[in-house]
Design a protein around this ligand. Structure first.
Ligand code: NOJ
Length: 520
């Protein structure tokens, strides 16, 4: 049976900011259900929701205080189950965000573990055995909390100070208070996470995007023990919910795919050179043609070769942690970006609002967003009040919105046949019509030289060969081409040509061509 990831295009929803159905200024699950048809119309057939669980929202919900309860501001567990059903009725899948590395300090497990009397949760987090020993000096620990709780010890945090690290053990324990990875307490934490996964999978969720997936075991150089831990979780999933997927926030496919993840994101951190393409001083996809995709391609191909058939690599348009791509590139440049994203292997992810080129705003921090907040503003649906996001007074919205005169909104972009939105819709349809373009079609780069354009690669499945040629620069380009044109299936800008073993790609243009090998 084909895996559903093969023909999947994800849409990431930051629930706070997508659509507010009850007029309180914050997006909710009923709002997401109301917009499912919109997402299908665009061409996406799966959702990733950022955490929607009970939380004090010190880090926008990545500080969970009850993994099995939907935060009241988004609705109820029943609403979420309803979303799963409504999505499935439309042949869509829904993945939730799993935050296994840490909880909120408000989580009952943490409150119990802070007590100076021993209990079931005393070792659920990483505590030293003395208030004077600082846990923060050990590898993989982001900081510590001490002197705040009755317990005589310091406790590790995983990200912000309100996110104490759950205890999965240390790779090579050197201190008495450090748990081994196979200690009863580390295994109990692991089991607790499996139980949470099973809870949501049994309600109809299709898998998880896993937050900070590489962070679980401490002092774990090269992530050897963390990899083993995920292999065990993958085995559990394969046995219980074999159709479910695990997608990692890791950024190192050479590790995450070995660990059993179905797919790993390339991210704004890590060694992938993802940022060279869209978000740096000279992005490759900017028309001034000063970019460089070579390092990206090199690392990509190393990982691809190493992990081929084990899992997928995913290149997202953006996410809730990155500056919006619309800050760096205009709509014409973004059309070529999406031609790239929607023709690469792996399942693409479109971050809500990127389909209309929403901008990154400079606005005050909300819920621990800091400089990420500008990428988390409410969706711009139409020209009505609050761009149709909410009927609440503007000052009650989750964050302020883009008030500039040319701020884009969905209804206008759908109407404009030449818009980025319509180009993305076209590309999504195309991707689904050709198996060479699907997640598992193979890739090889045909032309990608240092500081050079165009970018040319071949996607293959069975006998089908599709050559993708993209020239984001304003100059006409050419490169050697060892293929023969069979049929042009997509053109962006001016038409590309193959003559006498050369490929000509006009300025700011791209094309997908069915090709054959040249017969000698
Ligand atoms: C990565 C998430 O994407 C980010 O938003 C969050 O703040 C950290 N992990 C901590 O959970």
């Amino acid at each position: 049976m084909k895996h559903w990831l093969e023909q999947t295009i994800f849409y990431e929803i930051y629930p706070q900011s997508f659509y507010d159905s009850n007029g309180d200024g914050i997006g909710d699950i009923a709002g997401i259900i109301a917009k499912l048809d919109y997402i299908c119309e665009l061409g996406c057939n799966a959702l990733w929701l950022n955490p929607c669980y009970l939380s004090p929202f010190g880090d926008a919900g990545y500080d969970v205080s009850d993994y099995c309860l939907v935060a009241p501001r988004y609705g109820t567990n029943e609403d979420l189950e309803n979303l799963f059903k409504e999505a499935h009725m439309r042949d869509m899948h829904v993945i939730l965000d799993l935050v296994p590395g840490h909880t909120s300090t408000e989580h009952p497990w943490f409150k119990e573990s802070c007590k100076d009397t021993e209990n079931e949760y005393s070792k659920r987090y990483i505590w030293t055995d003395s208030i004077w020993t600082d846990v923060a000096k050990f590898d993989g620990i982001a900081g510590s909390l001490r002197g705040l709780y009755p317990r005589y010890g310091s406790v590790a945090v995983n990200f912000f100070s309100n996110q104490p690290a759950l205890n999965y053990g240390f790779a090579n324990p050197t201190e008495e208070w450090q748990s081994a990875v196979d200690s009863p307490e580390a295994l109990a934490t692991r089991q607790a996470i499996k139980d949470i996964m099973a809870f949501w999978l049994s309600k109809g969720c299709d898998g998880f995007r896993v937050d900070m997936a590489g962070s679980l075991v401490k002092n774990d150089y090269e992530n050897v023990e963390t990899i083993k831990l995920w292999q065990d979780i993958r085995q559990f999933l394969d046995e219980t919910y074999p159709q479910s997927v695990l997608i990692s926030e890791w950024g190192e496919p050479n590790k995450s795919l070995m660990a059993g993840f179905h797919m790993d994101f390339l991210l704004h951190f890590g060694p992938s050179h993802y940022m060279d393409l869209f978000r740096c001083e000279n992005p490759y996809f900017r028309k001034d043609g000063k970019g460089n995709a070579y390092e990206f391609m090199k690392v990509y191909m190393q990982n691809y070769t190493l992990t081929n058939k084990k899992g997928l690599i995913c290149i997202p348009s953006g996410n809730h942690d990155m500056q919006r791509i619309g800050k760096y590139l205009d709509d014409e440049e973004l059309k070529l970006v999406f031609a790239f994203l929607l023709s690469m292997p792996g399942a693409p992810f479109i971050y809500y609002g990127d389909e209309i080129g929403m901008n990154h705003l400079s606005i005050p921090s909300v819920e621990g967003g800091y400089d990420r907040t500008g990428a988390r503003t409410p969706m711009q649906w139409n020209s009505e009040k609050n761009y149709g996001f909410s009927t609440a007074p503007a000052e009650k919205l989750y964050t302020s919105q883009d008030l500039s005169e040319d701020a884009p909104y969905v209804s206008e972009k759908i109407r404009d046949k030449n818009s980025l939105w319509n180009e993305i819709q076209k590309l999504c349809k195309l991707r689904k019509n050709f198996s060479a373009l699907s997640a598992f079609g193979t890739i090889s780069f045909v032309y990608c030289e240092p500081e050079s354009y165009p970018l040319v690669y071949l996607r293959t499945a069975g006998d089908e060969k599709i050559l993708i040629a993209l020239n984001p620069s304003e100059k006409e380009t050419e490169c050697p081409c060892p293929y023969q044109l069979e049929e042009i299936i997509y053109t962006l800008g001016k038409s590309i040509k193959i003559t006498d073993g050369k490929l000509y790609v006009p300025a700011q243009s791209g094309g997908f061509i069915k090709v054959n090998e040249i017969e000698n």
